[in-house]
Structure formats: structure tokens, C-alpha cells
Design a protein around this ligand. Structure first.
Ligand SMILES: [Zn+2]
Length: 178
């Protein structure tokens, strides 16, 4: 069995603001006891900078009865411009208005431009609606700030909404499998 992560990505803040927000998010996660610093970060058993804290079940109720000593269930706060892609089985990105599906080649061709510059805007070939690439569901997102939860039970919707709001105005939860 591989590792499974949920990564919350903010895709509208610039690099400087992302760094500020990262500090605030870390402080909030520590203050609420959802995470604690990893005293031995970098080892293979627990490579992340933070580990589940005593209040982790408040964020992920499934923690309730399980022990916290699983390998690689730490939390990482990532502050660099990066592409995040849902690697769990999902549908092709389709227009919320008309259902038209974006071609994989179209998506691939816009990865580099988005990494190197502003978020591309894509016209739907079906109905003509223009929307930012990140607003197409089931695609990918580029963000300067992300919080990755490795091998956590599902995060509650309330926690996700609270965390996302602290990260910035446009965020997505991405599932990644390794
Ligand atoms: Zn459309």
C-alpha cells in the first residue's frame, strides 16, 4: 500500500504573501494542537516537519481511536511555486456550464506557462465560457503555498474550510497517492 496525502493548495497569493500566510497557518495549527513540531524531522520513519498533535482528531475525526505512531503521517507546509495534481482516479476536467471536456493535451500544454507566469484563462470550446484554469474541476493547480497531510484520515469539511480561509481566497484540496 502506498502513501496517500491530502494537500490543501492556495493558488492566488504571490510568493511574499504566501510566506506570511504560511507563518500564520503554522502558528494556528500549533496553537490549536492539530500539529506539533517533529523533534526528529528528516528521518525516514517520520520525514515531515510536523506530526499530528493532541487535537488532530478535531481536524480528522478518524484519528479518534487509532494510534498516532504510524509511519509517515506528518504534515508539511510547502512554500514554493509548485504544480499539484490529483492522482487519485478522477474524471477528465469538464466545463461546469456545458460538460465539455478539456483535452489532456490542452492541459499539459498549459503547465509550463502557469508555473512560469500568471494563471492561464481557458475558453470552453463547447459554450465559450472563459474561466481561469484553476476553476476547471478535476484539473491541476499551481500554488505558492500548500499544506500536505500525509496518510491522515479524511479531514473534516469544517477544518478544511477554516484552514483554506486562512491560506487565501482560492484554495483546493488535492488528493495525491504515491
Ligand atoms: Zn462549456
Amino acid at each position: 500500500m502506498g502513501d496517500e496525502c491530502v494537500t490543501v493548495v492556495e493558488m492566488s497569493t504571490g510568493a511574499l504573501e504566501a510566506a506570511d500566510r504560511a507563518d500564520a497557518v503554522i502558528q494556528w495549527l500549533l496553537d490549536t494542537g492539530v500539529i506539533v513540531p517533529n523533534p526528529q524531522r528528516g528521518n525516514t520513519w517520520q520525514p515531515s516537519g510536523y506530526l499530528p498533535g493532541p487535537q488532530a482528531p478535531a481536524a480528522a475525526p478518524g484519528f479518534g481511536d487509532t494510534d498516532y505512531t504510524l509511519a509517515n503521517n506528518g504534515v508539511e507546509i510547502l512554500v514554493e511555486r509548485e504544480l499539484y495534481r490529483d492522482t487519485s482516479p478522477h474524471k477528465a476536467p469538464s466545463c461546469p456550464e456545458c460538460g465539455y471536456e478539456l483535452a489532456e493535451a490542452t492541459l499539459e500544454a498549459m503547465i509550463r506557462p502557469w508555473l512560469d507566469g500568471p494563471e492561464p484563462r481557458v475558453d470552453c470550446a463547447g459554450c465559450g465560457t472563459a474561466r481561469l484554469l484553476g476553476e476547471w474541476p478535476d484539473g491541476y493547480v499551481v500554488g505558492e503555498l500548500a499544506v500536505r497531510f500525509n496518510n491522515w484520515p479524511p479531514l473534516s469539511q469544517a477544518f478544511l474550510a477554516d484552514l483554506g480561509a486562512r491560506m487565501g481566497p482560492r484554495w483546493r484540496a488535492i488528493r495525491e497517492q504515491y
